[in-house]
Design a protein. Structure first.
Length: 379
């Protein structure tokens, strides 16, 4: 007789029942009787750590295998062997502080590797988290994705090595500025703790020489003062390097540094298909919680790139002064104008709206959809 669910020809009812018993649905969908039907596609869920990887393998439509732990080099050798035995191999892991080197190495082996947003993988809320369970959950999501459910994975775009090298420059400058502020604040704190008035920029050579402080305090501050001077020199050199890479012709007030930071954080403007995608990537869209007849919009999601978001808000405040005819600023002029009778919260909401629209307009300019003059941005 023939099985109605899978179409396989079986001789006994017991055999047909066995075909569908004791099987775990790997894709959480209808039963698929493709178990052990050849090698098929292999899916790998990877939980990444600094010294090792925890991997769960699924061959075809079978149940995921128990997790395995590999050193880095051993895993790549094992993955290459899998690729030679199967027609297609897919892999997935969460974006983390170890970068995209694993994705590039697996892609070099002709393995389709996806990097996804970090997320809570305990979908059943069992409050149990292990490396093996995380790898298995990723493997099951990848299985659904390969079967055609494109919403199963929140895929992260992997930048090219050139893009990563370019954006590493302004990110290092940002880190140096933060380190300089910390050391400078420590010096001011030392002065305040001992009853002295804090001196701005106390670490600069001329100011430090005439610093009104006792000798013992100067000796302590001298431990940080050369470091601060060196940091400032490095920051100035990186600033010149970044500003020299800016386009010579750009709207007034955009700023060479800001334009370079925004361009390098975006990477490729053409990867966005519409204005909603670019606005969502900035994380400046309002959050929403709706149920039934209730609709509640909360603060911005902050879901996207934090450096891009900070640069856009800074640029929006600058355009209030240099581009008064910019069309979003005309809309919010009564709130953002100097001396306007508006609360701080209202001004923040207005500038966020301007920054979100500014990201969309920059996308239109960079992709050739509109010219800056058409948006009220003058050079």
């Amino acid at each position: 007789m023939t099985c109605k669910e899978c179409g396989q020809v079986v001789k006994l009812t017991r055999t047909m029942n066995k075909c569908h018993s004791n099987t775990e649905l790997s894709s959480l969908e209808e039963t698929r009787c493709q178990f052990n039907g050849g090698t098929g596609a292999i899916k790998l869920g990877i939980d990444v750590h600094q010294d090792f990887y925890v991997v769960v393998e699924q061959a075809g439509g079978s149940n995921p295998k128990p997790p395995q732990r590999f050193p880095k080099a051993a895993f790549l050798h094992w993955a290459a062997k899998l690729k030679s035995q199967a027609t297609e191999v897919y892999a997935v892991y969460e974006a983390c502080g170890f970068g995209f080197s694993l994705q590039r190495k697996l892609s070099a082996l002709s393995i389709k590797c996806y990097v996804v947003c970090p997320q809570k993988l305990d979908e059943q809320n069992r409050r149990v988290k292990t490396d093996g369970l995380d790898a298995k959950a990723l493997c099951l999501k990848l299985d659904r994705f390969v079967q055609g459910n494109r919403d199963a994975l929140a895929i992260v775009r992997v930048p090219s090595e050139e893009e990563e090298q370019a954006r590493a420059i302004h990110r290092q400058r940002e880190q140096l500025v933060k380190a300089r502020k910390q050391l400078e604040a420590q010096g001011r704190s030392l002065m305040v703790n001992h009853g002295l008035e804090p001196v701005p920029n106390w670490w600069k050579p001329r100011t430090f020489t005439a610093l009104p402080a006792p000798q013992w305090m100067k000796e302590l501050l001298a431990n940080s003062q050369p470091i601060l001077v060196g940091l400032q020199q490095k920051i100035a050199a990186l600033t010149v390097q970044l500003q020299s890479a800016a386009s010579p012709e750009q709207p007034r007030g955009l700023g060479k540094m800001t334009s370079v930071v925004i361009d390098r954080e975006i990477g490729d403007w053409n990867r966005f298909s519409n204005r909603r995608q670019i606005a969502s990537y900035t994380g400046l869209c309002p959050g929403e919680y709706s149920s039934g007849n209730t609709r509640l919009q909360s603060c911005v999601t902050k879901h996207g790139n934090p450096r891009l978001r900070a640069a856009l808000v800074e640029l929006a405040w600058r355009l209030v002064r240099f581009q008064p005819n910019y069309h979003p600023l005309r809309k919010w002029r009564q709130i953002l104008a100097k001396g306007a009778l508006a609360t701080g919260a209202a001004r923040k909401k207005a500038i966020v709206a301007v920054a979100r629209q500014l990201a969309v307009d920059l996308w239109r300019i960079k992709t050739g959809r509109l010219r800056s003059e058409e948006l009220g941005l003058i050079n």
